[in-house]
Ligand binder design. Sequence first.
Ligand SMILES: *Cc1c(COP(=O)(O)O)cnc(C)c1O
Length: 372
Amino acid sequence: MEKRIPFVDLVSNYKKYRREILRTIDEVFLSGKFILGPFVWKFEEEVCKFLGSSYAIGVNSGTDALRIALRAIGISNNDEVITTPYTFVSTAEVISELGAKPVFVDIDEDSFNINITKVKEKINERTKAVIAVHLFGLPCEIEELSNICKQKKIYLIEDAAQSFGAMFNKKFVGTFGDVGCFSFYPTKNLFTYGDGGLIITNGPVVDKKCRMLRNHGIETNYNSEFLGYNSRLDSIHAAILLKFLPFLPRWNKRRRYLANIYIENLENVSYIKLPEEIPNSYHIYNQFTIRVKEGKRDSLKNYLENKKISSFIYYPKPLHLMKAFSYLGYKEGDFPIAEKVSKEALSLPLWHNMPKSMILKVCEEIKNWAHS
Ligand SMILES: *Cc1c(COP(=O)(O)O)cnc(C)c1O
């Protein structure tokens, strides 16, 4: 029996680097420093060098990175924050949780990312910030968005949870806005074996606020100056991330190489629309997401499943149609492109050390399906 092609294989990377990872864990355990501490400080320093940012703050998850970023820039009751409805739930969840109002705008059909023109239309005197998401590893039109936000004097937060190392005009995403947020969840392109996240900024005030927020609003001496969170990065994850960070450019390159094999082999296949890069972007393909036209997405997904090939739907439902956000009063038809794309999107298997032969096998089966 042929082996299943998983959606993502995280064990293969562990096997490859097993000795180094185990040595790293041993080093952390012997240091007696388990939360924050020297491994975290070192990781924060290395990330700053890598991305070209002034400050980096390690936190517990990508969600916490967003939550703390919003708190640090002072988002609260009755503020409006503009974002995309086509993203992971955290992006808007943290806005609501702080008592602010998520204001959704539709996406661009070809990039899956927020439509900049529509952002401009939604900015009013209550708008405090925009959260831009670089979905699937593809930068959104971040330079133009950054100019708009500067001109309107509102904050720009980047949700780069799926895009560590992605670039726009040769500059890393996460460094365009006032604050950049990352996640190291195991399926992200830079990851650890548990939860982890990161905030980057060039602002010393935001940096200090984030550092205090991740530790209950405390700067020194158990003296809390404002309410915060327990959102400290574990040393073990920082140490593993420190090991993985130098590999990342190679991993991202390999993702692009594999994505191009999909693209070469699936060009002109009926019903399939391939992902496109926007000009001047460096897509790192955290997900390789195609669109399947004419209502045939689920048919392809089932076909692949029968051939023991896993695929995944990111995302089956845009946020404005979820029960959690029903209080905002949006309805079906409000964001037609996000709604359409959520019925057509299908992400195919891709991880940085996936064998090329597996990609070719997936392509072959997709072609068989299209011709059947
Ligand atoms: C993964 C992800 C998050 C949340 O990160 P966690 O570490 O899982 O909390 C936020 N936004 C986007 C776009 C993500 O993909």
